[in-house]
Design a protein around this ligand. Structure first.
Ligand SMILES: C[S@@+](CC[C@H](N)C(=O)[O-])C[C@H]1O[C@@H](n2cnc3c(N)ncnc32)[C@H](O)[C@@H]1O
Length: 227
């Protein structure tokens, strides 16, 4: 019962942070991660590059303040962004303008994306809100990906490591239970992906990376994005 109220309060506070307090999102995320949020975000780009799709078109959904869009553009990766919140759009525009960078961006929900079928090689989401595991979102991700494209979701769970011990502070930090991990993989499979979960160590934490490859070719993801 108390757990449910804490989760509801946390969800409500997050919504405020994506909307009227979007201007403070970077400060808050840096604060709660002891400055590691960008290090954890960067895992998404490392993963895109490891999956062998570095020069192909990437879509970032829920791009928030635009920090990963900027990182991708600095690395010369072609990227398009989709974000629901108009306040986050304003923050991202300022982030990119400050760095004299740009990336095409659309406002809308990941549950009904304004893109044609098979438009992207990779779809990426970092620290996504609960929308990411909704059936409509996962189906849209599968629709906009090329035949062998892949979906990379970074940070569904983050577990800080303190002196080698895992720190659990629900609902913010913690490791997934086998049942939670299995649920994510089942949802990805239901949307037509071959799922895989890995844990990456970076910035003093274990960060979960859920990968769904479209077109069940190989569990090693060698073909990811190579359509
Ligand atoms: C936790 S923030 C993550 C932001 C950024 N990716 C990061 O690494 O910090 C989640 C973002 O998803 C956006 N969002 C929530 N629901 C969405 C939806 N249905 N479609 C697209 N974006 C959504 C929110 O506005 C917010 O900017």
């Amino acid at each position: 019962m108390i757990g449910r109220w804490i989760r509801r309060g946390y969800g409500w506070a997050c919504e405020r942070l994506y909307r009227e307090f979007a201007w403070s999102y970077e400060l808050v995320s840096r604060g709660v991660s002891f400055g590691q949020w960008d290090v954890w975000r960067r895992i998404a780009l490392d993963e895109v590059q490891q999956q062998g799709a570095p020069t192909q078109l990437m879509l970032e959904i829920g791009f928030g303040t635009g920090a990963l869009l900027a990182m991708a553009r600095r690395a010369s990766l072609p990227v398009v962004g989709l974000e629901l919140s108009s306040q986050m759009h304003a923050v991202a525009s300022a982030t990119l303008a400050r760095q004299q960078l740009d990336a095409p961006r659309a406002q809308g929900t990941a549950a009904a994306m304004p893109f044609a079928d098979q438009s992207f090689n990779v779809v990426v989401a970092t620290f996504p809100a609960p929308y990411i595991l909704e059936e409509s979102t996962l189906q849209e991700c599968a629709r906009v990906l090329h035949q062998y494209g892949c979906l990379i979701i970074v940070g569904l769970w983050v577990t800080p490591l303190i002196c080698g011990r895992r720190l659990h502070i629900p609902p913010v930090y913690g490791a997934p239970s086998p049942a939670q991990q299995a649920r994510v993989e089942r949802l990805l499979a239901d949307a037509g992906f071959t799922p895989m979960t890995i844990l990456r160590r970076a910035g003093g934490a274990e960060v979960s990376v859920a990968i769904g490859q479209k077109g069940a070719v190989s569990l090693h993801m060698d073909n990811c994005g190579a359509a």
